[in-house]
Design a protein around this ligand. Structure first.
Ligand SMILES: Nc1nc2c(ncn2[C@@H]2O[C@H](COP(=O)(O)OP(=O)(O)O)[C@@H](O)[C@H]2O)c(=O)[nH]1
Ligand SMILES: [Mg+2]
Length: 355
């Protein structure tokens, strides 16, 4: 049983019509949305790590930052008082959970402490585990309930869309799914070539047109091909260099219309790819994109190169968009379904939980 299919439980298929998915109103034009990535260190030579091992290795910097900060606060206070909460909240903010989420976590913690009548800090880590797990849980799986299902992949240039599509295609194929990729980022010939290489590596088919072609036409052809070839999942790559919300919205609407006309009842995901190294800026990007189109899930890339993995919590808590996939490296097998319990277990390993 494969990595992606084994987590598939009974789930309602969200078959919203594509028209309603892209109907969010546009606002005034916004400044160009640009990712500001940190320098990523080259990946370590590969050892055979399991899925959890890879996640753990990928989250190492986040763990160092986050759990060591929490342990320091918990260990330096014996009593739970206002000063303790102030320190804790500051530590959560410094771990990239964002002000709003850090505040909400502390509020929930206060309520729980009151409920159980706790007075010393030994219970804190266990409570934090529970609160954060709960915040992250809900709708974490990609919905691929029809054949074909469609995943439209959006995000700013450099976020990791093309790479994520390649990895996802490989994972799904390993799970026994028939996958097709659509090269709807037609802006540069190099983008089409890059995606073709990933399709080769993942051993899946690709539908592409020439550079400068209409992305909606590529999507249209890809949907037809998906139907006629008995494809299970169609992954659509898009360009990330659109300069304003109106343009982006129109582009995505056109692509969605193509899909809707060819595969009217398909299971449809709009996956926003975010670069974790950009920290809270990624949360702002998600907010902007969500005004342009209804995002159904997030793929958070480059967790392996950053201590800012805490943003997973603020994305879910502040925007209500579930993280569904995490990228922990540049290789074909460096994409994982996001499992909240595993994430929390990496950040608070057993034995440090205080429970
Ligand atoms: N370390 C690391 N690098 C990644 C990850 N995902 C993508 N990248 C790198 O990010 C860069 C941009 O990726 P690309 O897929 O071309 O982004 P796109 O412009 O959104 O399509 C490439 O060099 C990728 O190898 C990841 O999870 N970890
Ligand atoms: Mg690309």
């Amino acid at each position: 049983m494969g990595l992606f299919s084994k987590r598939k439980k009974s789930q309602e298929s969200v078959q919203e019509t594509l028209e309603t998915q892209v109907e969010n109103p546009t606002r005034s034009e916004t400044p160009e949305i640009i990712a500001k990535p940190e320098i990523i260190e080259s990946p370590e030579p590969s050892k055979p790590l399991g899925l959890f091992g890879k996640l753990k290795a990928g989250l190492q910097k986040t763990k160092d930052n986050f759990s060591e900060g929490i342990s320091r606060v918990v260990n330096s206070f014996t009593k739970i008082d206002e000063e303790f909460f102030e320190e804790l909240e500051e530590t959560l903010i410094l771990s990239d959970l964002g002000v709003q989420t850090a505040d909400e976590i502390c509020e929930q913690l206060r309520a729980e402490i009151k409920r159980v009548g706790a007075t010393d800090t030994s219970v804190i880590t266990g409570m934090l585990r529970q609160i954060i797990t709960q915040m992250l849980t809900g709708d974490n799986e990609l919905k691929l309930t029809t054949s074909p299902s469609v995943v439209l992949v959006i995000g700013v240039n450099g976020a990791g869309k093309t790479t994520t599509i390649g990895k996802l295609a490989a994972n799904l194929r390993k799970d026994g799914k028939k996958v097709l990729i659509a090269a709807a980022d037609t802006f540069r010939a190099a983008a089409i070539e890059q995606l073709s290489e990933w399709a080769n590596r993942a051993e899946v088919d690709i539908v592409k047109h020439a550079e400068g072609a209409d992305p909606a036409a590529v999507a249209y052809d890809a949907c037809n091909a998906a139907k006629s070839r008995g494809v299970d999942v169609l992954l659509i790559d898009t360009a990330g260099r659109l300069h304003n919300k109106k343009h982006l919205m129109e582009e995505l609407k056109k692509i969605a219309r193509s899909v809707n006309s060819q595969l009217p009842d398909c299971s449809f995901e709009t996956l926003l790819v975010l670069d974790a190294t950009t920290g809270q800026n990624a949360v702002n990007q998600a907010r902007l994109f969500n005004q342009v189109t209804a995002i159904s899930g997030i793929a958070l890339t480059k967790l392996d190169g950053t201590a800012k993995g805490g943003i997973i919590v603020s994305i879910k808590n502040e925007l209500g968009i579930p993280v569904k996939l995490v990228g922990v490296g540049e290789k074909l097998d460096d994409l994982q379904p996001f499992v909240p319990e595993d994430y929390v277990n990496v950040l608070f390993p057993d034995g440090e939980s205080g429970v």
